[in-house]
Write a protein that binds this ligand. Structure first.
Ligand code: ZN
Length: 309
């Protein structure tokens, strides 16, 4: 009896300490042969998730691994590398960044130190350089001492043009700008696989955030361009791997709403307060995580963007 009690007590302690320190360990999830996604938690950056509150991906080729986005810190990058190690012993040859937001690129320095080349479109790398100091200061607040050792290193191989095609080990990938969430954001398309890694263009399961540097108009244009690729699988910037219909529902339709309803009302010179109030409760989107925190601010930014045109 006392043994059973002891066992229960130990189990209880283990469970509660797990809840208190739910350290996030990234795991690779197969999307297709040799193509993997790492789906991070939906919430805010924290010491427990090491700023890996976003999605990452990698492609295993005979010549080595192509990693898509490198995490928000040195420790986060090491964790991504461990997730890759669970699948292949091949080295990370390339790190391709889809964006200039912290969790897209602050692990570059770690992978560069391990021999990888860091690659991005030119404006993506420019945003990284511009935002580095501010992002490090912001992360310090969330990650504390776990940010130690992180060195901002914008992608060093920068690609000119609005679109670039790369090839490694027989795998073709195309990078093209989306410019939605951050200026210079991009998506990665694997044309022969029908897979797109959208970066912060697509959010599913949680509401997308329109930030001061975001553009609703460019988001809508980019979403339509992504949909025109007719991908079979979509690895969003945040949320679970999905099909195009789900991406349309959680992101595409919301961009349509922000542009065609909120934006149109702004161009009509309707009072902002009334417009925001009218659309506070949107049944199509209120199931999305962070709806209460973001929806009103998103409408506000959309309104301001269209009003000034
Ligand atoms: Zn993000």
């Amino acid at each position: 009896m006392s043994r059973l009690f002891h066992l229960l007590a130990v189990t209880f302690l283990a469970l509660t300490s797990f809840a208190a320190h739910a350290e996030y360990i990234p795991r690779a999830e197969r999307v297709a042969d040799g193509v993997y996604a790492i789906v991070g938690p939906l919430g805010q950056r924290s010491a427990d998730n090491d700023g890996l509150n976003a999605n990452f991906g990698f492609v295993v080729t005979p010549s080595g691994v192509i990693l898509i986005d490198s995490g928000a810190s040195r420790i986060g990058a090491q964790k991504l590398e461990q997730a890759i190690r669970a699948v292949t012993a091949k080295p990370v040859r390339w790190v391709v960044n889809t964006g200039g937001q912290d969790h897209r690129w602050l692990g570059n320095d770690y992978f560069a130190g391990r021999g990888a080349e860091t690659i991005a479109l030119a404006r993506t790398a420019a945003t990284q350089a511009q935002q580095a100091a501010q992002q490090m200061a912001g992360l310090e607040r969330f990650l504390g001492e776990r940010l130690q050792g992180t060195q901002p290193r914008p992608a060093t191989r920068t690609l000119a043009g609005d679109e670039a095609t790369l090839e490694l080990g027989g795998e073709t990938l195309t990078l093209r700008y989306t410019d939605a969430h951050f200026p210079g954001d991009a998506m990665v398309h694997l044309p022969r696989r029908g897979i797109v890694f959208t970066g912060d263009l697509v959010y599913v399961d949680r509401m997308l955030g329109v930030m001061p540097l975001s553009s609703v108009q460019r988001g809508l244009t980019a979403f339509r361009a992504m949909a025109a690729l007719k991908p079979a699988r979509v690895v969003p910037g945040h949320g679970r791997v999905c099909d195009l219909a789900k991406a349309q529902q959680d992101t595409g339709d919301y961009y349509e709403f922000l542009a065609n309803t909120v934006g149109a009302s702004a161009k009509d010179l309707q009072p902002m307060d009334e417009v925001l109030k009218r659309h506070t409760d949107l049944p199509a989107f209120r199931h999305l995580e962070n709806y209460d925190a973001l929806h009103r601010a998103n409408m506000n930014r959309a309104f301001t963007e269209f009003e000034s045109q």
